[in-house]
Design a protein around this ligand. Sequence first.
Ligand code: HEM
Length: 202
Amino acid sequence: MALPIPLFKGVVFVLALLPLSGIAWDLYSAGLGPDPGQIITERLGLAAFQCLLLTLCMTPFARWTGWSAWVRVRRMLGLFTFFYACLHLLAFLQFVLGWSDLGTTFTQRPYIVLGALSFLLLAMLAATSFQMAMRRLGRRWKPLHRLVYLAVLLAWGHYLWQARSDITPMVAYGMVMLLLLAVRVRWFGWASLVPLRRPARG
Ligand code: HEM
């Protein structure tokens, strides 16, 4: 028997808070090692990236299982992605690099440029994910929200580029990302990945 949708939404909400509770617990029990600020920044970044991949899993899950509830939690997961990305950025500024000379911070290192571009796209998607924005944008909403595919590619580039030695996790996550994009292309064609392109009339 399928879970009632409100209950499913509640479960997903609680699960999405796990990375944050894990960090809070490790902070409380002094389990974050000698450089907690760096670890907190990394864990929040990973949580943002994982939420983004999970968001992209929702349509395939709905099609594979025939259960539409997956799609009903997609926006929530997208907003959690942005939530974790905001915390990741704040932690980076607070604990790693500081708040001075922000212009240099965001333009000097290529991996930060990629992260910042992905963040800006996620901010725009989050801001336009509500009913009112959907109504206002009308037919333009869907092509605009295809920017999520660019955002995930940029985020993955950021993740890979910041790696210092072992890139196994980045490659593994990259394969999941490519699989999700490939599934989409197979079902809906290449055009379904292209942002800002409006469907032909008629
Ligand atoms: C302005 C935006 C951003 C800044 C300034 C930023 C900065 C950073 C920094 C400083 C690190 C740690 C690098 C190190 O270990 O030395 C990092 C890692 C990471 N960031 Fe970002 N980031 C940004 C946006 C994003 C976004 C939007 C995502 C995902 C949606 C993301 C995902 C990650 C991931 C997955 C890691 C690696 C965590 C790990 O090592 O496990 N970042 N970022």
